[in-house]
Design a protein around this ligand. Structure first.
Ligand code: 5GP
Ligand code: ZN
Length: 113
């Protein structure tokens, strides 16, 4: 698959990987928006949340759980953090391989832009 996040998952493109297993990969965002900014992806190429099928539910639950584990590992769990899935053009999605943003290390504003 000619997709930058598939290539990161296959280690064909460099990234600072903070966690990986058979199902998911977590790596530092190349353009961090907070002191901690990690992306958690499934190895399976799902373009958007809008493309999820029923059988993806367990995998996507694991993505969120991995986000929590990453937050613990990187010491932002107790202060708080933000988990974000951007979806599609109006959702601000730029890379069409589903990914969870894990943002922390500073207070977050609301509403998002
Ligand atoms: P989106 O806008 O699709 O929700 O988020 C895409 C994220 O991927 C952005 O935060 C962007 O900085 C990050 N990103 C784009 N290309 C690369 C890359 O090649 N490597 C890494 N580590 N992050 C990337
Ligand atoms: Zn992909």
């Amino acid at each position: 698959m000619d997709c930058i996040f598939c290539k990161i998952a296959r280690r064909q493109l460099p990234a600072k990987i903070v966690y990986e297993d058979d199902d998911v990969v977590a790596f530092n965002d190349i353009n961090p928006q907070a002191p901690v900014h990690v992306l958690v992806i499934p190895r399976k190429h799902i373009p958007r949340v809008a493309d999820m099928v029923e059988s993806d539910q367990q995998l996507m639950g694991k993505i969120i759980y991995t986000g929590k584990r990453v937050a613990e590992m990187l010491g932002i769990c107790e202060e708080g953090f933000r988990l974000v899935f951007n979806n599609g053009r109006y959702g601000g999605q730029h890379v069409y391989h589903i990914h969870l943003h894990v943002l922390g290390g500073r207070p977050m504003g609301w509403p998002p832009g």
